[in-house]
Design a protein around this ligand. Structure first.
Ligand code: SF4
Ligand code: SF4
Length: 446
C-alpha cells in the first residue's frame, strides 16, 4: 500500500478537513520542505530560486497597543503576501498561541492577548463570511487538559473577552485522535487535539522565548502544544535525549504544518525560559514566516546564540530540512543585524540534562514510567501469522519467537511502534498497563 495513502489510519477526520485533503492529494516531499504549501491549498511545491519558505519578515512594534500591533502585524505578514493570500477560502481557522500555563500576560510566558486580538481583527476583514476562528492549545503539564482548566487558562492569560467576539471561539473540546505518522523520524504515533486535526488552516503564534532545555522555544516547539495533554509528559520521558526530543518536535511540526507562523516578540522572555523563571524583555519585534524552522533559526541568531548549537536546528540540518542553515534564509524588513537583541540573556542551566544524568531516576523512575504508563505492543495471537516481519524491523531486538508466540522484552522496547506499523496483518495491538489505564482513563488502541 502507498505509504502516503496510509499516513492516517486511526483518526476520525471530518470530511473536507485540511488533513484529509492533503492525504487525498497524495502530497510528497514536504518533510524536506516544511512550509512550501501554497497557503490555503496544499501544493507542497517550492516556488523559485529564493523560495518563500526560506523567507522571514521582521517589523518593529514597541507596545501592545492594538492599533500599533495591527499595523505592525499587517506590515510583517504583508511582506509575505498578506493574510488574504494565506487564508483563501478557509472556513475554520485555528490560531495556535503559546499558552504554556495559566500566566498573567505581563510575565511574557504566553502569546499576548492583544497580539491574538490584532490577528483576529485582521483575519475578520479578509476571510470569507462565516469563517470560524478558534483559539486552541494543549497547554503545559501544569494545566490538565480539561474544560475547567482550559477556562481557567483562558481567564488567567487574559483571553476570555476574545471568546465573546463574533465567530471566535476559545476551544473547550478536550478530545484527541490517535494518528499514525509513518514518515515521522522518531514519532510514529501522535495524539493530536481535535481542533488542530479539524482545521482548514493553522496559524501558529509562538512567543519569542528562551528555553532551558531546547535553548529557544519558537515556532517548531510551539506546535508540540498540539499533542494531547499528559501525553506530552510521556514524550518528555520517552525522549530524554535532547537530539531525540528535538527530532520529536520536528515530527510534530511537520505533521501539523501550520500555513503561517507569526511570532510575538514585542515583550520577549530571556534567561531561564520558557516559564516564569525567565525575565520579560522589551524586544519590540514581530516576525513572520511560512517556514517555522527558518523562523526559529532567525530567532536564535537575534538572541545571540552561537551558530550551530541549537539542537532543533542541528537535527533539522541532518534531516536536510530547508531553513536549517541561516544562509538559506532571505530576511525582509531590514538587515538581520539591525534587529539583534543586544545582551539578550541566554539560558544557563538545563534541568533535564541534570536529571538525565541522575542514576536513580534513570535506573528506577524513568523505566518505571516507560514500562507502566506508556503504550506497549502486544501480539494479537488470532491475527498473527508468524511472518516475523516485526522481529526483523524491531530496532532494539526486543521481539523474539517463543513456542509459537512472540515474546516481547519490554525492558529493551523503546515504544517506537515500528512493529505495529510494519505488521502486514495488523496483528500488534497497543495497550496501556492497568496502571496506565487507571491514570489516563483510556481505551487501548488496536
Ligand atoms: S509482523 Fe505481525 S503477523 Fe508477522 S510475526 Fe509480527 S505480529 Fe505476527
Ligand atoms: S518491540 Fe521493538 S519495534 Fe516494537 S515498539 Fe518495542 S522497540 Fe519498537
Amino acid at each position: 500500500m502507498d505509504i502516503l495513502n496510509n499516513i492516517i489510519v486511526k483518526t476520525e477526520l471530518t470530511k473536507g478537513t485540511r488533513l484529509e485533503t492533503e492525504i487525498k492529494e497524495n502530497k510528497t516531499g514536504y518533510l524536506m520542505d516544511p512550509g512550501t504549501q501554497t497557503p490555503g491549498t496544499s501544493s507542497g511545491m517550492s516556488s523559485g530560486t529564493i523560495s518563500a519558505s526560506e523567507t522571514v519578515s521582521i517589523t518593529r512594534c514597541n507596545s501592545y497597543d492594538i492599533e500599533e500591533l495591527t499595523e505592525g502585524i499587517k506590515k510583517c505578514v504583508g511582506m509575505l503576501g498578506g493574510f488574504k493570500k494565506f487564508i483563501g477560502t478557509s472556513k475554520k481557522i485555528i490560531l495556535k498561541p503559546n499558552l504554556l500555563s495559566a500566566s498573567n500576560p505581563d510575565l511574557a510566558v504566553t502569546t499576548h492577548p492583544a497580539f491574538i486580538e490584532a490577528i483576529i481583527n485582521i483575519i475578520k476583514k479578509v476571510c470569507v463570511p462565516g469563517t470560524k476562528i478558534i483559539i486552541a492549545d494543549s497547554p503545559g503539564v501544569s494545566t490538565p487538559h480539561t474544560k475547567k482548566d482550559l477556562k481557567r487558562l483562558y481567564k488567567e492569560c487574559g483571553l476570555s473577552h476574545l471568546g465573546e467576539m463574533e465567530n471566535v471561539e476559545l476551544n473547550l473540546d478536550t478530545g484527541f485522535s490517535e494518528i499514525s505518522f509513518k514518515e515521522g523520524k522518531v514519532l510514529k504515533h501522535l495524539e493530536i487535539i481535535k481542533p488542530v486535526l479539524e482545521a482548514d488552516l493553522i496559524i501558529n503564534m509562538p512567543k519569542f522565548k528562551t528555553h532551558n532545555l531546547t535553548k529557544i522555544t519558537g515556532a517548531v516547539k510551539n506546535m508540540f502544544g498540539s499533542i494531547y495533554g499528559r501525553t506530552k509528559t510521556l514524550l518528555h520521558t520517552k525522549f530524554m535525549d535532547i537530539a531525540k526530543f528535538s527530532d520529536m518536535n520536528l515530527d510534530v511540526y511537520l505533521y501539523c504544518k501550520p500555513a503561517l507562523n507569526v511570532m510575538d516578540g514585542v515583550i520577549s522572555l530571556e534567561g531561564e525560559g520558557p516559564g516564569a523563571s525567565g525575565k520579560p524583555r522589551n524586544t519590540g519585534l514581530i516576525l513572520a514566516a511560512i517556514n517555522g524552522i527558518a523562523l526559529d533559526n532567525v530567532v536564535a541568531e537575534l538572541m545571540g546564540f552561537k551558530r550551530g548549537i541549537i539542537p532543533l536546528l542541528q537535527c533539522a540540518a541532518q534531516r536536510g530540512i530547508k531553513g536549517a542553515e541561516l544562509e538559506e534564509i532571505n530576511i525582509l524588513g531590514g538587515e538581520l543585524a539591525d534587529f539583534a537583541c543586544e545582551n539578550f540573556i541566554l539560558p544557563k542551566k538545563s534541568p533535564v540534562d541534570a536529571i538525565s544524568k541522575n542514576r536513580f531516576l534513570n535506573t528506577y523512575i524513568f523505566p518505571f514510567i516507560r514500562n507502566n504508563l506508556s503504550l506497549s505492543p502486544y501480539e494479537n495471537i488470532k491475527e498473527c501469522t508468524m511472518c516475523k516481519t516485526c522481529i526483523e524491523v524491531c530496532p532494539e531486538k526486543a521481539i523474539s519467537e517463543g513456542q509459537g508466540v512472540l515474546v516481547f522484552d519490554y525492558k529493551k522496547c523503546i515504544r517506537c511502534f515500528c512493529c505495529s506499523e510494519m505488521c502486514p496483518y495488523g496483528a500488534i495491538d497497543l495497550k496501556y498497563s492497568a496502571l496506565g489505564n487507571l491514570i489516563f482513563g483510556r481505551k487501548n488502541i488496536k
